[in-house]
Design a protein around this ligand. Structure first.
Ligand SMILES: [Zn+2]
Length: 359
């Protein structure tokens, strides 16, 4: 099936649903790359444009705070700075989207219970944008209440989905725990059984949320871990996702009813990704690897030009030679962008998302 030609620019609502359905049917997942600056956003959009693929730009609460400016205190009761920064990033994406000519999804990452004020603030921005434009500012948001009991997790998700449904705003939820450490949330000590979600747990979510609307996806745990670690005693088992999908299909009578999301995929093998995508994973989060890539470009530039970066004037070519062409941030930040773009291009290939727009 050719790529739907009406899926252009920032996608929300039924267009986003259409994109995820297309990905599930065609067997690819879309990289969702965490960004903390306009420079990172542009690096990711550049990779999407180069490879002619849809892409997901995502912001975490900490990333949103950074986008606002770390000099501004983020009040814990309102998370006003995180909200302002996340909203700013969404507006930046919308402002430049047309220049890249690819379908773009704007998403917010993990939101634990204690961060709900951040979520509420973004929803308020969505509602305001919806009143003027007939669609929300963001395409989707994630609620991660996996630290709570399952009934509470699912109940809160249902409550929020009902609030989001009139705007056709997508909800990603997590059940079972992704191990490791990300953005200040430390799950490195959780017990092993919590790192594997059961098919019954996943179906309980589907059963509760599907009567509300079709705009939701599930991040189930299958031994996935945030960050890159030495191989440990938890084994990545993407074949569990196949079981979740089959269980949900048998129970609901619908073929492949679940939209699944892959968290903590850094360092996973092409075979593991292939199994996950085949099971209905339509989005995979990328953070750790692109963080390294962004730094790596800068690291190499600094190492190659160290003698030119020790003062404004004076370098190996002469004591009176100027160094502006090296320390101009457009030069060294661009090096970080180039390697982040290259790493994101690789992510597309890994997720079997290849030149989709020309299909
Ligand atoms: Zn995650």
């Amino acid at each position: 099936m050719p790529f739907p030609s009406d899926l252009t620019g920032v996608l929300t609502g039924d267009k986003l649903l259409q994109l995820f359905e297309y990905a599930k049917q065609e067997g690819f997942a879309i990289p969702a790359v965490n960004c903390v600056s306009s420079s990172a956003v542009n690096s990711v959009l550049e990779a999407a444009a180069k490879t002619q693929n849809p892409v997901i730009i995502q912001v975490s609460q900490g990333g949103g705070h950074f986008f606002c400016g770390k000099g501004v205190k983020d009040d814990a009761a309102t998370r006003a700075a995180s909200v302002a920064g996340s909203v700013a990033m969404a507006h930046h994406v919308r402002a430049v989207a047309g220049m890249y000519k690819v379908p773009i999804v704007i998403h917010s990452d993990h939101c634990a219970k204690k961060l709900l004020p951040w979520f509420d603030g973004m929803l308020a921005a969505d509602e305001e944008y919806f009143k003027k434009n007939g669609e929300p500012l963001f395409s989707s948001h994630m609620l991660d209440l996996s630290e709570e009991t399952d009934p509470e997790n699912i109940e809160i998700c249902e409550k929020y989905l009902k609030k989001m449904a009139p705007m056709k705003l997508w909800l990603e939820m997590e059940i079972g725990i992704t191990g490791g450490v990300e953005d200040g949330v430390d799950n490195s000590g959780v017990t092993k059984d919590k790192l594997y979600t059961s098919p019954e747990q996943v179906y309980a979510v589907y059963e509760k949320l599907s009567p509300v609307c079709p705009y939701f996806s599930i991040a189930a745990a299958f031994g996935n871990v945030h960050g890159v670690y030495k191989p440990g005693n938890v084994k990545l088992s993407p074949e569990l996702l196949v079981g979740h999908q089959e269980h949900a299909a048998a129970k609901s009578g619908k073929a492949k009813p679940l939209f699944l999301v892959f968290h903590g995929g850094s360092g996973s093998t092409p075979d593991e990704i292939k199994i996950a995508v085949g099971a209905g994973v339509i989005k995979m989060n990328i953070d750790t690897d692109t963080q390294w890539a962004y730094w790596d470009g800068l690291r190499k530039f600094e190492a190659a030009n160290r003698g030119y970066l020790q003062g404004q004037i004076g370098n190996p070519d002469g004591d009176d030679k100027p160094n502006k062409s090296k320390y101009d941030p457009r030069v060294w930040l661009r090096k970080a962008e180039e390697t982040m773009t290259t790493r994101t291009e690789q992510a597309f290939a890994d997720l079997l998302c290849n030149n989709e727009l020309s299909k």
